[in-house]
Design a protein around this ligand. Structure first.
Ligand code: GRF
Length: 195
């Protein structure tokens, strides 16, 4: 059974959908949920679903990104994951870290990449007066938010939208898209999903 670890930084709503999909359909096993923030609300949600968790506070390492990643890697590798999913994980990872999961690391980003890599994606779409927005699941490579796209979901942008209302509409699609992509990825199918 494919072993899947998930990294979060906050509420973990995407992580939750991934774990629930794996536990209900049995296409993979959620073996670990980790966070860079010990207060991340998603950790308790993972525990409630019986998934082991860990937290390593990146603030304990100051500017030493590689020391933080070395600790993160130790906890992750102990669970021997086959696939690593980033789900609302808000730390940029170095190419050294990414290399450990080359070709088996996914991320969800709240924009229609290649548009709007980085932060504040919804405000940027509003500022550009885009008529549509959405989310992307992609394979993680050393370049930020730039790996091969595995799936996208589109939503309309409404006149009345704020960054918050648009984020909420996109999040609903994230929760649909990510489990669908992970299921296919685990079955070695990288054909693109468009919702
Ligand atoms: C989501 O918009 C996700 O796209 C972004 O972080 C937000 C919160 O994700 N990466 P979650 O609820 O913690 O999964």
């Amino acid at each position: 059974m494919t072993r899947v670890a998930i990294l979060i930084s906050g509420g973990g709503s995407n992580m939750l959908r991934l774990v629930e999909a794996m536990q209900s359909d049995g296409f993979a096993e959620p073996v670990l949920v980790g966070s860079n923030d010990p207060s991340a609300g998603g950790l308790a949600k993972a525990t409630a679903l019986g998934v082991p968790t860990f937290a390593i506070d990146h603030r304990d390492f100051g500017k030493d990104r590689s020391a933080f990643e070395a600790e993160l890697l130790k906890s992750l590798l102990a669970a021997q994951p086959d696939v690593l999913c980033l789900a609302g994980f808000m730390r940029v990872l170095t190419s050294d870290f990414v290399r450990h999961f080359d070709g088996r690391m996914l991320n969800i980003h709240p924009s229609l990449l290649p548009k709007y890599p980085g932060l504040h994606t919804h405000q940027r779409a509003l500022d550009a007066k885009d008529k549509e927005a959405g989310c992307t699941v992609h394979q993680v490579t050393a370049e930020l938010d730039a790996g091969p796209i595995l799936g996208q979901a589109r939503v309309p942008v409404l006149e009345s939208d704020t960054a918050e209302s648009l984020a909420a509409r996109v999040l609903v699609q994230e929760h649909r898209l990510y489990p669908m992509v992970l299921r296919r990825f685990v079955a070695q199918d990288t054909s693109r999903i468009d919702l």
